[in-house]
Write a protein that binds this ligand. Sequence first.
Ligand code: C5P
Length: 223
Amino acid sequence: SNIPVLTLDGPSGSGKGTIARAVAEQLGWHLLDSGALYRLAALHACRQDVPLDDEGALAALARDLPAEFRQDERGEPHILLAGEDVTWQIRTEQVGDAASRVAAIPAVREALLERQRAFRQPPGLVADGRDMGTVVFPDAPVKIFLTASAEERARRRYKQLKEQGVSVTLASLSEEIAERDRRDAQRSAAPLRPSRGALELDTTGVPVDEVTGQVLARVKAYL
Ligand code: C5P
Protein backbone atom coordinates (compact mmCIF):
# COMPACT_ATOMS: atom_id res chain seq x y z
CA SER A 1 0.00 0.00 0.00
CA ASN A 2 1.14 3.56 -0.71
CA ILE A 3 -0.65 4.94 2.33
CA PRO A 4 1.99 5.76 4.96
CA VAL A 5 1.89 4.11 8.39
CA LEU A 6 3.83 5.00 11.51
CA THR A 7 4.01 2.02 13.87
CA LEU A 8 4.44 2.75 17.59
CA ASP A 9 5.05 -0.38 19.64
CA GLY A 10 6.16 -0.91 23.21
CA PRO A 11 5.17 -2.14 26.66
CA SER A 12 2.37 -0.63 28.75
CA GLY A 13 3.24 2.74 30.20
CA SER A 14 5.93 3.43 27.60
CA GLY A 15 3.94 6.48 26.51
CA LYS A 16 2.68 4.99 23.24
CA GLY A 17 -0.95 6.01 23.67
CA THR A 18 -0.21 9.63 24.51
CA ILE A 19 2.44 10.00 21.81
CA ALA A 20 0.30 8.25 19.18
CA ARG A 21 -2.61 10.62 19.82
CA ALA A 22 -0.42 13.73 19.70
CA VAL A 23 1.39 12.66 16.52
CA ALA A 24 -1.83 11.62 14.73
CA GLU A 25 -3.39 14.96 15.59
CA GLN A 26 -0.40 16.98 14.37
CA LEU A 27 -0.17 15.04 11.10
CA GLY A 28 -3.94 14.84 10.60
CA TRP A 29 -3.60 11.05 10.27
CA HIS A 30 -5.94 8.29 11.43
CA LEU A 31 -5.22 6.52 14.71
CA LEU A 32 -5.41 2.82 15.52
CA ASP A 33 -5.44 1.95 19.23
CA SER A 34 -5.01 -1.80 18.73
CA GLY A 35 -4.89 -2.48 22.48
CA ALA A 36 -8.48 -1.23 22.68
CA LEU A 37 -9.55 -4.06 20.35
CA TYR A 38 -8.04 -6.69 22.66
CA ARG A 39 -9.59 -4.93 25.65
CA LEU A 40 -12.98 -4.90 23.89
CA ALA A 41 -12.68 -8.59 23.03
CA ALA A 42 -11.90 -9.38 26.68
CA LEU A 43 -14.76 -7.25 28.02
CA HIS A 44 -17.17 -8.74 25.49
CA ALA A 45 -16.11 -12.27 26.51
CA CYS A 46 -16.68 -11.50 30.20
CA ARG A 47 -20.11 -10.09 29.48
CA GLN A 48 -21.09 -13.07 27.32
CA ASP A 49 -19.74 -15.47 29.99
CA VAL A 50 -17.22 -16.90 27.54
CA PRO A 51 -14.34 -18.42 29.55
CA LEU A 52 -10.94 -16.88 28.77
CA ASP A 53 -9.56 -20.29 27.77
CA ASP A 54 -12.26 -21.19 25.23
CA GLU A 55 -10.11 -20.33 22.21
CA GLY A 56 -12.67 -21.17 19.53
CA ALA A 57 -15.44 -19.14 21.13
CA LEU A 58 -13.08 -16.21 21.78
CA ALA A 59 -11.91 -16.16 18.17
CA ALA A 60 -15.51 -16.20 16.90
CA LEU A 61 -16.36 -13.38 19.25
CA ALA A 62 -13.32 -11.34 18.15
CA ARG A 63 -14.22 -11.82 14.49
CA ASP A 64 -17.70 -10.35 15.00
CA LEU A 65 -16.81 -7.80 17.66
CA PRO A 66 -19.62 -5.19 17.67
CA ALA A 67 -17.17 -2.34 18.23
CA GLU A 68 -17.29 1.24 16.97
CA PHE A 69 -14.76 4.06 17.23
CA ARG A 70 -16.30 7.54 17.15
CA GLN A 71 -15.54 11.15 17.96
CA ASP A 72 -17.95 13.46 19.79
CA GLU A 73 -18.63 17.12 18.85
CA ARG A 74 -15.50 18.17 20.75
CA GLY A 75 -13.35 15.67 18.90
CA GLU A 76 -12.98 13.38 21.93
CA PRO A 77 -12.72 9.70 20.97
CA HIS A 78 -15.36 7.27 22.21
CA ILE A 79 -15.35 3.49 22.04
CA LEU A 80 -18.65 1.63 21.81
CA LEU A 81 -19.35 -2.05 22.40
CA ALA A 82 -22.75 -3.23 21.14
CA GLY A 83 -23.82 0.42 21.16
CA GLU A 84 -22.73 1.07 24.76
CA ASP A 85 -20.03 3.63 25.53
CA VAL A 86 -17.25 1.63 27.24
CA THR A 87 -14.46 4.19 26.75
CA TRP A 88 -13.64 4.12 30.47
CA GLN A 89 -14.68 0.57 31.38
CA ILE A 90 -12.01 -0.91 29.12
CA ARG A 91 -9.18 1.02 30.83
CA THR A 92 -9.19 -0.88 34.13
CA GLU A 93 -6.27 -3.14 35.08
CA GLN A 94 -8.72 -6.03 35.29
CA VAL A 95 -9.70 -5.63 31.64
CA GLY A 96 -6.03 -5.06 30.72
CA ASP A 97 -5.09 -8.32 32.37
CA ALA A 98 -7.92 -10.22 30.66
CA ALA A 99 -6.92 -8.57 27.35
CA SER A 100 -3.37 -9.88 27.58
CA ARG A 101 -4.70 -13.43 28.14
CA VAL A 102 -7.06 -13.18 25.18
CA ALA A 103 -4.27 -11.61 23.08
CA ALA A 104 -2.04 -14.66 23.59
CA ILE A 105 -4.45 -16.80 21.50
CA PRO A 106 -3.29 -16.96 17.84
CA ALA A 107 -6.84 -17.41 16.46
CA VAL A 108 -7.96 -14.23 18.24
CA ARG A 109 -5.04 -12.26 16.77
CA GLU A 110 -5.83 -13.65 13.33
CA ALA A 111 -9.50 -12.68 13.73
CA LEU A 112 -8.54 -9.05 14.43
CA LEU A 113 -5.97 -8.69 11.65
CA GLU A 114 -8.15 -7.42 8.81
CA ARG A 115 -10.03 -5.05 11.07
CA GLN A 116 -6.75 -3.45 12.08
CA ARG A 117 -5.46 -3.19 8.51
CA ALA A 118 -8.70 -1.47 7.47
CA PHE A 119 -7.60 1.56 9.52
CA ARG A 120 -4.96 2.28 6.86
CA GLN A 121 -6.73 5.12 5.07
CA PRO A 122 -5.45 8.30 3.40
CA PRO A 123 -3.66 10.50 4.30
CA GLY A 124 -1.95 8.10 6.74
CA LEU A 125 -2.15 6.04 9.92
CA VAL A 126 -0.51 6.06 13.33
CA ALA A 127 -0.77 2.51 14.72
CA ASP A 128 -0.27 1.95 18.46
CA GLY A 129 0.29 -1.54 19.88
CA ARG A 130 2.66 -4.44 20.48
CA ASP A 131 2.97 -6.00 17.01
CA MET A 132 2.18 -3.11 14.67
CA GLY A 133 5.67 -3.15 13.11
CA THR A 134 6.28 -6.90 13.29
CA VAL A 135 2.95 -8.41 12.17
CA VAL A 136 0.12 -6.04 11.28
CA PHE A 137 2.00 -3.47 9.16
CA PRO A 138 5.37 -5.09 8.38
CA ASP A 139 5.73 -2.80 5.32
CA ALA A 140 5.30 0.41 7.36
CA PRO A 141 7.87 2.99 6.25
CA VAL A 142 8.44 4.38 9.75
CA LYS A 143 8.65 2.15 12.84
CA ILE A 144 9.30 3.20 16.41
CA PHE A 145 9.67 1.13 19.58
CA LEU A 146 9.11 3.08 22.79
CA THR A 147 10.48 1.96 26.13
CA ALA A 148 10.82 3.37 29.65
CA SER A 149 12.12 1.98 32.92
CA ALA A 150 9.74 -0.33 34.81
CA GLU A 151 9.48 2.17 37.69
CA GLU A 152 8.58 5.03 35.39
CA ARG A 153 5.98 2.97 33.53
CA ALA A 154 4.31 1.96 36.79
CA ARG A 155 4.33 5.58 37.98
CA ARG A 156 2.68 6.77 34.76
CA ARG A 157 -0.06 4.14 34.91
CA TYR A 158 -0.58 4.98 38.59
CA LYS A 159 -1.04 8.66 37.77
CA GLN A 160 -3.44 7.87 34.91
CA LEU A 161 -5.57 5.59 37.07
CA LYS A 162 -5.61 8.11 39.93
CA GLU A 163 -6.84 10.78 37.52
CA GLN A 164 -9.63 8.43 36.49
CA GLY A 165 -10.55 7.92 40.13
CA VAL A 166 -9.41 4.29 40.22
CA SER A 167 -7.88 3.33 43.57
CA VAL A 168 -4.71 1.21 43.32
CA THR A 169 -1.40 1.01 45.14
CA LEU A 170 1.84 1.63 43.28
CA ALA A 171 3.29 -1.67 44.52
CA SER A 172 0.41 -3.86 43.33
CA LEU A 173 0.29 -1.95 40.05
CA SER A 174 4.02 -2.52 39.47
CA GLU A 175 3.51 -6.24 39.95
CA GLU A 176 0.51 -6.38 37.61
CA ILE A 177 2.37 -4.47 34.92
CA ALA A 178 5.42 -6.71 35.22
CA GLU A 179 3.22 -9.79 34.93
CA ARG A 180 1.37 -8.47 31.87
CA ASP A 181 4.66 -7.44 30.18
CA ARG A 182 6.09 -10.88 30.83
CA ARG A 183 3.05 -12.51 29.23
CA ASP A 184 3.17 -10.13 26.22
CA ALA A 185 6.92 -10.66 25.67
CA GLN A 186 6.99 -14.43 26.16
CA ARG A 187 3.92 -15.59 24.24
CA SER A 188 4.60 -17.44 20.99
CA ALA A 189 2.05 -15.48 18.90
CA ALA A 190 3.33 -12.00 17.99
CA PRO A 191 5.44 -11.44 21.12
CA LEU A 192 6.33 -7.89 22.09
CA ARG A 193 9.67 -7.07 20.46
CA PRO A 194 11.10 -4.30 18.28
CA SER A 195 10.58 -4.80 14.56
CA ARG A 196 13.62 -4.93 12.30
CA GLY A 197 14.59 -1.39 11.45
CA ALA A 198 12.55 0.17 14.26
CA LEU A 199 13.96 3.23 15.98
CA GLU A 200 14.12 2.53 19.72
CA LEU A 201 13.37 5.52 21.94
CA ASP A 202 13.75 5.40 25.72
CA THR A 203 11.23 7.87 27.15
CA THR A 204 12.36 7.61 30.79
CA GLY A 205 12.39 11.16 32.14
CA VAL A 206 11.72 12.67 28.70
CA PRO A 207 8.78 15.11 28.50
CA VAL A 208 5.90 14.12 26.18
CA ASP A 209 6.45 17.13 23.88
CA GLU A 210 10.04 16.14 23.33
CA VAL A 211 9.22 12.52 22.46
CA THR A 212 6.43 13.74 20.16
CA GLY A 213 8.92 16.05 18.45
CA GLN A 214 11.41 13.22 17.92
CA VAL A 215 8.73 10.96 16.46
CA LEU A 216 7.41 13.72 14.16
CA ALA A 217 10.94 14.46 12.96
CA ARG A 218 11.35 10.81 12.04
CA VAL A 219 8.08 10.78 10.06
CA LYS A 220 8.87 14.06 8.30
CA ALA A 221 12.30 12.79 7.30
CA TYR A 222 10.51 10.00 5.46
CA LEU A 223 7.72 12.09 3.87
O1 C5P B 1 -1.98 -1.24 25.00
P1 C5P B 1 -2.96 -1.82 25.97
O2 C5P B 1 -2.50 -1.82 27.40
O3 C5P B 1 -4.33 -1.22 25.83
O4 C5P B 1 -3.11 -3.36 25.53
C1 C5P B 1 -3.79 -4.29 26.33
C2 C5P B 1 -3.25 -5.68 26.04
O5 C5P B 1 -3.59 -6.06 24.71
C3 C5P B 1 -1.73 -5.81 26.09
O6 C5P B 1 -1.25 -6.14 27.37
C4 C5P B 1 -1.44 -6.92 25.10
O7 C5P B 1 -1.53 -8.19 25.71
C5 C5P B 1 -2.57 -6.82 24.11
N1 C5P B 1 -2.16 -6.22 22.86
C6 C5P B 1 -1.57 -7.03 21.92
N2 C5P B 1 -1.23 -6.54 20.70
C7 C5P B 1 -1.45 -5.25 20.40
C8 C5P B 1 -2.00 -4.39 21.36
C9 C5P B 1 -2.35 -4.90 22.59
O8 C5P B 1 -1.34 -8.21 22.17
N3 C5P B 1 -1.13 -4.81 19.20
